[in-house]
Design a protein around this ligand. Sequence first.
Ligand code: TZP
Ligand code: MG
Length: 215
Amino acid sequence: MSFTKEQLREQMLLYAVTDRHWLNGQTLYEQVEEALKGGATFIQLREKDLTEEEFLEEAKKIQQLCKKYRVPFIINDNVKLAKEIDADGVHVGQSDMEALDVRAQLGEDKIIGVSARTVEQALLAEKHGADYLGVGAVFQTGTKTDAREVEHSVLKEICTKVDIPVVAIGGITQDNVKELSGSGINGVAVISAIFAQKDIETATAKLKSCVEQMV
Ligand code: TZP
Ligand code: MG
């Protein structure tokens, strides 16, 4: 699938990042389908523990699901795998591969997301060809233990200084998301507010309506 810049901006609204830590008797495929039914607009497959083979199998299946819902499907970190399955793109952190190198490997029509915590990192990522930024952690989170918090004033400054879309990430819930109102973000990225919930579809739909009221 390919997405125009305008479509991509709209798809940022409710960005779901997977985490098999919360499987709770379901498969990741089932969980992602529930999130898509609930209205998730973007899926990032984030795998830390699978073998290459398992990762490949999982990625192919979830990719088909995302195609069915016409939602961008991107892979965390693993450029090689993203290329192999022709995923819509890749998300990289500050200590992963540089956006410039990812672009060189993936080509012009793929989506590259970069994590940023400072204005400098955000501007550099944009200059190096990132299509969107993930900025956080905007709240305290237990999901990524090494995630340091980003001041909301910094989030706002990043949004005013870059032209590419920005999603906030880290500790976002239905209750606190309104605190991000006025920051200029295009949407929010979450793990536990979707995947740690008993009823993923309903939690996703509720969170989406909170985000729609806020952006
Ligand atoms: N990057 C910064 S915070 C974070 C990542 C991957 C974790 C987000 O998880 P949660 O459960 O939405 O706080
Ligand atoms: Mg990473």
